[in-house]
Ligand binder design. Sequence first.
Ligand code: NAD
Length: 370
Amino acid sequence: MEIFDKMKEFDHEQVTFCFNEEAGLKSIIAIHDTTLGPALGGTRMWNYKNVENALHDALRLSKAMTYKSAIAGLNFGGGKAVIIGDSAINKSELLFRTFGKFVDGLAGRFIAAEDVGTDVKDMEFARMETKYVTGISKAIGGSGDPTPVTAYGVYVGMKACAHEKWGSDSLNGRKVAIQGAGQVAKHLIEYLFNEGAELFVTDIDEDKVKKIGELVKVQPVKPDEIYEIDAEIFSPCALGAIINDETISKFKFEIIAGGANNQLEDEVKHGNKLLKKDILYAPDYVINSGGLINVANELEGYRQDRAMKHAEEIYHIIKQVIKKSKAEKISTVEASNKIAEERLNNISKIRNIYSGFSSYSGRLGELTKR
Ligand code: NAD
């Protein structure tokens, strides 16, 4: 494996390999781009088959974080850490405190949060060794559960799509098919129910649907039937790669707006297929950026009202993405990628001006001393 070739392929700034035998730590921290600020991203613990797979995941996910931060209007760069190991059996205080030590060594270039395979408790161990950790519990001054903010962002993003399709952002009477009845979906369902939407919900865990059904009126659906529901909106809130050749052929939906990550099996191919079918797709990393907004908010001293206010901006960001997609006749994913890249390019110009000035003034200081 040629690491520098991989870094060049994804356009990375820095990759750090962290190893400590006693703690059983094998970790890779990938910093993709710090144009906007320190790299912020989750820490994924996964039993990767080999180091190549772990590195690939760290590079791919950290690049995605650069785009997510950029489009959400945050001043953070893209980063991701992966820890190689089985999260069910290899976790310990020592492991995460050792990981925290390595994060601290990066002196703020990377800020860690939780992700698949890690939780608040793990991040709190890391936090004992470094201040560069976010997403800790409310009890110790953190932002706690991000799902209410994520769900709110999905809700307003869905309304922006409705406005675009039907000239009104009201979801009253609209049929919405929701895949997953987990944390994000639970809050989203509450917003949609209160607005008078008709809800069709599925989960592989039927009990979760039942529990939600005790609180609000929902129609339970079998997991493999969700793609064919005669609803106007589809909201994937479970897992990735569910928008593919097979499922697209079944869709009668007019809008897809959900919280799940990596919904498109192939970003380019399936983004374009949805465009051709005139299905309005809210890019996942834009509409679900409330989670990132929430942990970013913690770094300024957490206030949920401020996080919610920022998440509300997702409405306008989705509108902006749709406008560009229409004007340039490109998929919404391509449009959002372009908007993120434009922001990065613009801000990098300011950074160049700044560094030019500081080196000049430095030299000037030396000259005036003589
Ligand atoms: P969760 O684990 O609480 O919920 C996911 C649910 O999906 C579970 O109830 C699970 O049983 C169900 N599920 C799994 N496979 C399914 C299938 N084939 N059909 C139907 N249901 C299935 O997770 P969550 O925190 O609600 O997150 C949901 C999605 O949103 C994930 O993709 C996550 O990466 C993404 N996301 C979450 C946040 C956040 O703040 N939690 C932020 C951004 C993105």
